[in-house]
Structure formats: structure tokens, C-alpha cells
Design a protein around this ligand. Structure first.
Ligand code: AGP
Length: 613
């Protein structure tokens, strides 16, 4: 949701913080700012708009110091403007705070402070934190003790960082609920702090991941971690293996295009070390799955948000077809409040790229409370979801910076395919020959994905058809129904065209009334068990004068007779076909967004990780 960076050491804090914020801009870009302790005073530079506004400010009004905090904002309370930008100061100007989250009881706290005569300077809920901390400091408490007491009064999920001119050698950081992640980087005589690994990965690989209900006191050569009751706990340092350059844009114009092009490597990486093509075996060691546990599972619930939920829809078909286990897909923001019927024989699989999505984490907590087997298919190393789960399938897709999820959509598709095969084998309902075929189908998948990525020019002639439209329908059936949902989400979130994914069989129950030349229909008609049905649906649209853009399998001779435009994909075993069919739709959304001058990597109103409700 928001991006936070902190530094304490002997180097120039402002430049290091600014560099980190640039790497976190995908987390929110309504405003940006930083605060540095300089000659015993807190100096703040902040402005509405993207990080480039802050760069201009720092050039015209530089600030020197070796300790500070920075923030990029995704506005929740108070419109995006300089006054509401973080860092927020209190009345004395001696304390600065940056915050990721929503204070759910802020009206009550705001009223209490107003009655004490506080004159608020912003419309944010965040300002309450620093006003309350100042009151505790005035009573003689240390910054960390003041922070601890204030945090205990806040409801909701938060990541909070405070600095004080009275204690100019330390940052205090706290994590409450499933608020945005807090990663502490340990350097040589310096310490870093960030919402996400990419912001500090080029300075250190030694990381500490703060858990909800913990706070830390960070000095340049000392780190203490505490529970909210003040008790000190051991510091757990992890080494992050990501390639530091992997979070850079490289030669690409946009992270989104880079990440679409990375997909062959993504597939190779998520398969790597997990498939024995000779023996026809799948190994998912981090899942901690035993034949006994596999036999005990009576049903599976997949819970996630957005693109991750669409991957779950594909997983439902794969697990039911291969492992013969009933699967439900439940949107996390619904699951968490439904009082779901879940018990110890239910496996709940949470899918999340960031591992920090508030709704998904809350759904996981709900599943945990009801004693389900809790698994995560997660990309971000050290994220909350990865740590909460009983077992995990790391997506191994590397950092995904573009807000529109691409490689972190196809990676879980393959992870779910491998899970289905493993479950089937452990439950004894897969013949060895069948298993061998399913496993060996993975062998050529990276090359097939590479072939799809190489066909970028195919969309060049199609994107202009969508450039000026306002609405678009995507339809698919069976294994490709989720592809229709995901293709529509890609188009809408980066080009701002109203696009809707629909089960093709549902078109005659209403949506077909919308069909005319102004409402293009993207139909996924690849070779699979639903192909004949899909041909019929496309003909129904054609008969009503619809403009049809089809995703079709190489060599198909019927589609050219009915579709206006075709995006070809190579032939592939149908259970893996969603992995390739989505790629031309990712590219189509990207090209269309470019033609419309949209901000591809940082679409308006969105953020890469939605860490609040
Ligand atoms: C996908 O392109 C969107 N950015 C969004 O739907 C995203 O998939 C969703 O917010 C879930 O994020 P997560 O995978 O990090 O949990």
C-alpha cells in the first residue's frame, strides 16, 4: 500500500532513502517525502505527486544527516497533497512518523486530542500517532516506550516508523496486525528499513522480518526486537538470495514489459529442482506434505484476491481433475467474514504474490483459527503469508514490480499443477503412466512460454482496435474461463477500459444483449475439452455482428472463418494451456495501455500490495 524506507549509519541518509523510495514507488505514488535529523533538528521534504517531485525538492533544498525515514503514499485518509504527505510532524516538530495502514479508531483518538487542545495540521489519521507520542515524551518516556504505549491504543493493521530529535541515533519501528511488511537490513555500521526487500537489497542481504505485534529499536550498530509488552526477543537474521539486479527495469521501458518477457525464466525457476523428469516425480519440500496428511484431506479451499484468485480458479479445475479432491475458490475479502465451514480435514491454500495482502492474510488467520491445514503459494520471500503457512510453495518468480501481475500469475498456475500431481500420487489415485505424462508435459513449458512471448508483434495489429473503445468482453470456458477473467483484469487495470470476463456459456443469459461492433469480444478458443462449445459461443457472437478477437491454437482451421483477429498460441496439453493463453492478453493490455498513454507500471488509484481492507 505505502512504501517506507529508513536509514541510520554514517552515510547520507537523504540519498539512500530517496533511492529506496524509487524502488518502492509501485507501492503507492500519491505523494512522497522524507525526514532527516540534521544538526539536532528534524528536516522534512515532501510533496504531492510521484517520487520525481521529491527529487526536485531535494535538489533545490538538500538536507544533510545520517538518520532518517521516507515514505511514498497511497492515500486512505486525506487527499493526496503536500500537507497530507508523510512524514507527519507533531506540534513540537521534534518527532516525525511515517505510517502504512489505517487507524480504525482514529475518530475517537482525534476527539480526545482535540479536547486536549491539539491543532491538527493534516487530514490524515497518521498525525494522531505523532501527537500522542509527543505527549508521552513530554511525560519523560523514551521514544521506544512512548511508541509502545501509543501503539497499544491503535486498532487496525499498521507499519509505523518514528524518529525524534531528542534521540537522534535511533529509529523505532512497529508492526501491528497484517499491516504492510517491515524488513530490517543489517549493514556494516549501518542499518536499513523498508516495506519491501527491493528497496534495500543492493545494500545488504542480511534481513530481519518484523512480525505483527513486534517493535524494534534500530541504531547504526545495534538492533533490538521486542514484543508489545516490552519483552525482548531474539533477532532472527535471514539471508535473501534474490539477485540484486532483478528488481531493476534493465533495458525495458516498463517493469510490466520486463516481467512479461521474464516469464520463460519464471516457469523454469518455479519448476526447477521440483521435477524429476526421469522418475516422473514432483517434489515440493517446503509444503511439508506427507502421504498421511494427503490422505486426510477431504476438501480444499483456495483463497486469494485479484489475479491470485484467478490463478486459484485454474487450480480448482486442475486439482479436481487430477487429484479428484473437491476444491472451492473463495475471494479472501469474502472468506474472512463468512464464518467459513472449515476443519482439520480442510486444506486452505492462500495464493499471494506480495504475501502481505490484508484480506488474504486475514483469511489465512480465519483458516488457522478453524484448524485447517494452511498452505501458501507466495512469491515475496519473508512475507507474512509465507511465514504464517504450515507449508509453502514459493512461486520463485523473483521481484514483481509492475502493479499489474503477470509472471506471478503464471507461476502459481504451474505450482497448482504440480501440487495436483503430488496430491494425486500421495493419495494413490494416479497411475504411474498418467503421472509420467503429466510430469513430462512440464518439460517443454518454458520453451512454449518463450514462443508466446516472442509473438509480441501479433498484438501490434490488434491493440489499435481497442485503443478508443470504452467496453470490452472477455469470454472463456472450462480451463480458460479464468483466463477470460484475468485478461479482462489486465486490460482494465492498465488501460482503464471497462473490461469484463465472463463464462462463455453465460453469454446467452444476458451479456449477448451488449454485442455490437462497439463492444469487442475477446474469446479464448484454444484446443481443449471445451473447444467445440466455444466455437458455438463465438458463432453466436458473430451472428450478432460482434467484433471477435480470438486466442487460438496454431493450425486451427475453423477460427479464421469466424474471428476478425487471431492471437495464436502454440499447441500445448490443455491442462497447461492457461499458462500460455494469458500471454497474448498480457501483451494486448500492455500495448493498448501504451496507445492510450496510460501509466503502465503505476496505474491510477492502484498499489502493488493492498495491505489494508
Ligand atoms: C493484479 O494485477 C492486481 N495488481 C491485483 O489484483 C493483485 O493480484 C491482488 O491485489 C492480489 O495481490 P497479491 O497476489 O500480492 O496478494
Amino acid at each position: 500500500m505505502c512504501g517506507i524506507v529508513g536509514y541510520v549509519g554514517s552515510r547520507d541518509a537523504a540519498s539512500l532513502i530517496y533511492e529506496g523510495l524509487e524502488r518502492l514507488e509501485y507501492r503507492g505514488y500519491d505523494s512522497a517525502g522524507l525526514a532527516v535529523i540534521s544538526n539536532g533538528r528534524i528536516e522534512v521534504r515532501r510533496d504531492a505527486g510521484k517520487i520525481s517531485s521529491l527529487r526536485a525538492l531535494l535538489q533545490t533544498s538538500p538536507v544533510e544527516g545520517t538518520i532518517g525515514v521516507g515514505h511514498t503514499r497511497w492515500a486512505t485518509h486525506g487527499k493526496p497533497c503536500a500537507r497530507n504527505a508523510h512524514p507527519q510532524l507533531g506540534s513540537t516538530g521534534e518527532v516525525a512518523v511515517v505510517h502504512n495502514g489505517i487507524i480504525e479508531n482514529y475518530l475517537e483518538l482525534q476527539k480526545e486530542l482535540a479536547e486536549q487542545g491539539v491543532q491538527f495540521k493534516s487530514e490524515t489519521d497518521t498525525e494522531i500517532i505523532v501527537q500522542l507520542v509527543e505527549r508521552h515524551l513530554a511525560q519523560g518516556f523514551s521514544l521506544s516506550e512512548a511508541a509502545r504505549r501509543v501503539i497499544a491504543r491503535l486498532e487496525g493493521a499498521h507499519a509505523i516508523v518514528l524518529i525524534s530529535a531528542k534521540e537522534p541515533d535511533r529509529l523505532v519501528v512497529a508492526r501491528l496486525g497484517y499491516g504492510g511488511g517491515v524488513t530490517i537490513g543489517i549493514g556494516d555500521g549501518e542499518m536499513f528499513l523498508a516495506s519491501d526487500i527491493p528497496a534495500i537489497l543492493n545494500h545488504t542481504r542480511q534481513m530481519v522480518f518484523l512480525e505483527p505485534g513486534q517493535y524494534a529499536v534500530i541504531q547504526r550498530d545495534k538492533l533490538e526486537v521486542h514484543l508489545l509488552n516490552g519483552e525482548s526477543i531474539p533477532v532472527k537474521v535471514q539471508t535473501v538470495e534474490w539477485e540484486s539486479g532483478s528488481a531493476d527495469k534493465g533495458t525495458y521501458d516498463h517493469y510490466t514489459l520486463k516481467e512479461i518477457n521474464e516469464q520463460p525464466y519464471t516457469i523454469a525457476s518455479t519448476i526447477g529442482g521440483r521435477v524429476d523428469f526421469t522418475a516422473g516425480q514432483i517434489r515440493l519440500p517446503e509444503l511439508n506434505l506427507t502421504p498421511e496428511k494427503a490422505a486426510r484431506i477431504k476438501r480444499i479451499i483456495i483463497t486469494a484476491c485479484g489475479t491470485a484468485a484467478h490463478a486459484g480458479m485454474v487450480g480448482k479445475i486442475l486439482i479436481e481433475r487430477i487429484a479428484r479432491l473437491p476444491v472451492e475458490v473463495d475471494i479472501a475479502s469474502e472468506f474472512r467474514y463468512r464464518e467459513p465451514i472449515v476443519d482439520e480435514d480442510t486444506a486452505v491454500i492462500a495464493i499471494s504474490q506480495s504475501g502481505e495482502t490484508a484480506d488474504t492474510l486475514a483469511a489465512m488467520a480465519e483458516a488457522r483459527k478453524r484448524k485447517a491445514i494452511l498452505w501458501g503459494i507466495v512469491n515475496a520471500i519473508g512475507s507474512q503469508a509465507m511465514r504464517m503457512a504450515d507449508g509453502c510453495i514459493p512461486m520463485k518468480a523473483g521481484p514483481e514490480i509492475g502493479v499489474a501481475s503477470t509472471k506471478a500469475y503464471i507461476a502459481p498456475l504451474v505450482d497448482l499443477y504440480m501440487l495436483a500431481v503430488l496430491l494425486a500420487e500421495m493419495r494413490g489415485n494416479l497411475e504411474p503412466a498418467q503421472r509420467m505424462t503429466l510430469v513430462r508435459n512440464l518439460y517443454t513449458l518454458p520453451d512454449l512460454v518463450s514462443e508466446c512471448v516472442a509473438r509480441q508483434s501479433d498484438v501490434q495489429s490488434v491493440a489499435p482496435l481497442l485503443k478508443d473503445i470504452e467496453h470490452c468482453l472477455f469470454m472463456g470456458r472450462g480451463i480458460q474461463m479464468p483466463t477470460a477473467y484475468e485478461g479482462a483484469l489486465k486490460l482494465k487495470e492498465i488501460s482503464y477500459i471497462h473490461a469484463e470476463g465472463y463464462p462463455a456459456g453465460e453469454m446467452k443469459h444476458g451479456p449477448i444483449a451488449l454485442i455490437d461492433r462497439e463492444m469487442p469480444v475477446v474469446a479464448i478458443v484454444t484446443r481443449d475439452p471445451w473447444y467445440e462449445k466455444m466455437i458455438g459461443q463465438v458463432e453466436q457472437v458473430k451472428a450478432r455482428g460482434g467484433l471477435i478477437i480470438a486466442v487460438a491454437t496454431d493450425g486451427d482451421e475453423r477460427i479464421p472463418e469466424i474471428a476478425d483477429e487471431i492471437l495464436w498460441v502454440p499447441d500445448i496439453p490443455w491442462m497447461l494451456s492457461p499458462v500460455t493463453a494469458i500471454i497474448p492478453l498480457q501483451l494486448l493490455a500492455y500495448q493498448t495501455a501504451l496507445l492510450r498513454g496510460a501509466d503502465v507500471d503505476q496505474p491510477r488509484n492502484l498499489a502493488k500490495s493492498v495491505t489494508v481492507e
